[in-house]
Design a protein around this ligand. Sequence first.
Ligand code: FDA
Length: 394
Amino acid sequence: MPSPEERFDAIVLGAGGAGLMCAAAAGQRGKRVLVIDHAGQAGKKILISGGGRCNFTNIHTAPDRYLSANPHFAKSALGRYTPADFLALVERHGIAWHEKTLGQLFCDGSARQIVAMLLAECQAGGVTIRLGHAIGAISHGDGRFRVTHGDRVAIAPSLVIATGGPSIPKIGATGFAYDLARQFGLKIVEPRPALVPLTLGGEELLFRSLSGVSADVIARCGRAAFREAALLTHRGLSGPAILQISSYWRHGGSIDLDFLPDQAAGWMIEAKRARPRITLTTLLRGLLPGRLADVLAERLGLTGDLGNMPGRKLQEAEQRLRAWTFRPNGTEGFAKAEVTIGGIATAELSSRTMEARRVPGLYAVGEAVDVTGWLGGYNFQWAWASGWAAGQAL
Ligand code: FDA
């Protein structure tokens, strides 16, 4: 015998950061909320984030640190639920935290504390959470959504898509949000992996021999630039500078690495004047890891003392070191991507409430939406802010 239909004010699909925040906010406003997730555990991405300590926000959060077809879309939600608001919640729950670098806030203890906090907030709002429930058919009619999950059926006037994007499928991530959005006629901005290592081939394969070497660089792609560490890997390039720039890189395009981020222009001419007997390799070894210095010097093809090299050659070499061009042949894909860029088109949604303009009662929040933050706590801040915005409107 099928179970009787259960009635709620809102059904939230996905018990990740955005879904739990949305459910807690709506529940605490007196709404009867059901959260459904196919995973056996809530907040799995929170648990693995920030090396197990969850980089839960960034104090420098601003709309220009997010990529979207509409760069203005995130302003409203980010402006109404800020890093300070999330931090106040963290402190209310007695969770110790610290700032690492670049405004990134982490738990002192464990990411589990953030999941426990969100579950406690849901409990305070009387939210029903069903984990380990596969979502079946979803239909819509007479102003109500009907969601089959396992052998149960729930009905509500509001439905929130909070099932994230397809990055890291091995922990249960899927493209379900896009399928559901399409079912309701919403457009999708083509999803692609972001905050992801880049792979090298061809001539650049040689750099793979430097696997494990890292250097402080400025990574550039178009007008985007990030000063952080780059790591050479057996497949290509990784490290924070590369993950950041990967969000701006497109197939067929190139990225530039500046290996001399701290040297003033004319540095090599000055070195020739001050230390004419030094070789380029030795000079570079003073700044960069030895193996990297050797490969770069070899590729520049300048042997012998700086004192014997024409100034023009040194200027050219310096230029190359300031903008070493790599043409990645791909990325490590959704299996390794921290986030998915693209997703449910912002043009379909109200930036204030996250409700679909053409389907009243349908909402989308978090990573499912075409809003993607930089590395460093920005993506969770979007999950909290967009979830909260919808939670106020349901
Ligand atoms: P999220 O993916 O968290 O949640 C979606 C939920 O929906 C999941 O519980 C999933 O099981 C469920 N679901 C999916 N498909 C379903 C289906 N078909 N049926 C039912 N349920 C389904 N960000 C940051 O700001 N700071 C950080 O430190 C990190 N670190 C980090 C590390 C790693 C390894 C990754 C992969 C990602 C990060 N991120 C991050 C990014 C961050 O984790 C991400 O942006 C948010 O978790 C997105 O939150 P959502 O709630 O939108 O989706």
